[in-house]
Design a protein around this ligand. Sequence first.
Ligand code: NAD
Length: 291
Amino acid sequence: MKIGFIGLGNMGAPMALNLAAAGHDVSGFDLTAPCPEGVKKAASGAEAAKGADVVLTMLPNGAILRAVAAEIIPAMSVGSVLLDCSTVDVESARAVAEQAEATQLMAVDAPVSGGIGGAAAGTLTFMAGGTEAGFAKVNPLFDIMGQKAVHCGASGAGQAAKICNNMILGVTMIATCEAFSLADKLGLDRQKMFDVVSTSSGYSWTMNAYCPAPGVGPQSPADNDYKPGFASELMLKDLRLSQQAAEASDADTPMGKAATELYAKFVEEEGGQGTDFSAMLPRFEKRARSG
Ligand code: NAD
């Protein structure tokens, strides 16, 4: 396939490389990031999009996606697919899809989980929204860049799945960290706490697979001085998207709201920026109930 790739940052560059390595003809564009070797450098987004079967975008947020879409949609060929893999708000995903479909393009929103490691290894998980035809056309690309793709529904459904998942993740991480902090104060050994909870009804991915306590459970960022992993500011971004969506759809999400406020404080006031999102545990450790 001829593929245009816009946004060659931490995630986009390795994804574009994997597509090129699999034999696709990939033209890439980024405002600042260098074009990786093996990907043809385009002079603009529109140039990368021209004549492509699929144009993939991997951009920071919904406002930038909307601006890039406005530029590239007129350059795209009828029947081609605009595949956005960025994490953006549901409304932007739906607006861009509507704009694309109005000019007889297909649109698929397919945010990912798996992070930079997953992008490099080609083991991402894609959560996709869009038509059956659009999904079918880009599914072979998901096979190259990832290990799993779920078609979640119509446009926006991929973004909806991503933010619901990450809202659970943020809330659960906080719950796991505050429980460890309480266990510390009660004199309960962390390893014993893990042994019980990881096989009891309090188990979760954050406890069992990504334990925030150093030296306990499988290897995780806690064992590497809380270097990300999944950075706290990216968790905050996703939690804010969940609250934007909750606001827009009138959904009551008190735990999501509390998690958003806590990660905002952690990232913006307490030095959490650049740490893994499991660094909530040392944050709690340092505090007293009234703190
Ligand atoms: P990044 O900031 O490294 O990359 C984004 C790139 O987009 C940058 O290189 C930037 O120069 C480029 N860009 C911005 N405006 C542009 C424009 N108008 N035209 C062309 N290029 C433009 O971010 P990233 O970590 O690669 O993340 C990309 C997306 O993936 C985000 O939406 C993020 O939330 C999501 N995501 C990231 C991770 C992660 O672990 N990094 C995990 C899952 C999802």
